[in-house]
Write a protein that binds this ligand. Sequence first.
Ligand code: ATP
Ligand code: MG
Length: 243
Amino acid sequence: MEEKSYKTVYREGNVIVKEFTASHPKSNVFNEAYIHACVEDAGVPVPKLLGVNPVHGGWAIATEYVAGQTLEALMKAHPEKADEYLEKLVDVQLEVGSYRVRNLRNTRVKMEDAIKTLTAIDASTRYELLQRIHGMAQHSKLCHGDLVPSNIIIKEDGSYCVLDWAHASAGNAGADAAITYLRFSLDAPELAERYLRLFCKKADMAIQYVQTWMPVVAAAQMTKHIESERALLEKWISVAEYQ
Ligand SMILES: Nc1ncnc2c1ncn2[C@@H]1O[C@H](COP(=O)(O)OP(=O)(O)OP(=O)(O)O)[C@@H](O)[C@H]1O
Ligand SMILES: [Mg+2]
């Protein structure tokens, strides 16, 4: 179905298997499954977690197959309905944010830890970014951490299901929106501004508040070292230096 260097996602009847390579840390796989279980227990609409199983020397997460189409597939099939689908994405994001899930890391702490390890930027920029995080209010809304159209399945009855909980945390909705905006800017820039405006309108949030998070989420994203993203991320991060 989809392949990235360290994992493969495929279907086996009513089961979706996310198989990680043998060299992928066991703790990462179990952590993803644990977060998924926490979110599922809290009642968030997610595919049912079925297990973590040893396969081909590594580990695989099994979840129930959910019939339907991802928002990404729908957007590709009906580009004329982009606004309607963006609205759906925002509605899902706001609904996800209304859940309180115990035992998740705080968004601010997660971002802080990522930035502290980031040697690709100089110490004074890291300091500016950490100061910026400290200036943000403490919240505990469920943040998906990678809420993009490919991670939302719209079922035949119109209800939805959210996938891919590896990056979830509890914290600030503005940070989660900044991540989605960043992902659009990287992958579908023509939709980025429309998404941001719509999110801020529906959330009744100032665009400037989401913008405050942008250098922070860009720095956190940089820890993944994806070369094609580097230039845009550097541009976003540089804003922190002179604000
Ligand atoms: N439970 C499921 N039911 C139906 N389809 C699924 C399910 N899980 C995954 N898929 C399909 O497989 C695709 C990839 O799965 P998933 O989002 O879990 O992994 P990923 O995108 O590779 O992970 P990551 O975003 O962490 O890199 C989804 O976009 C969706 O099309
Ligand atoms: Mg995904």
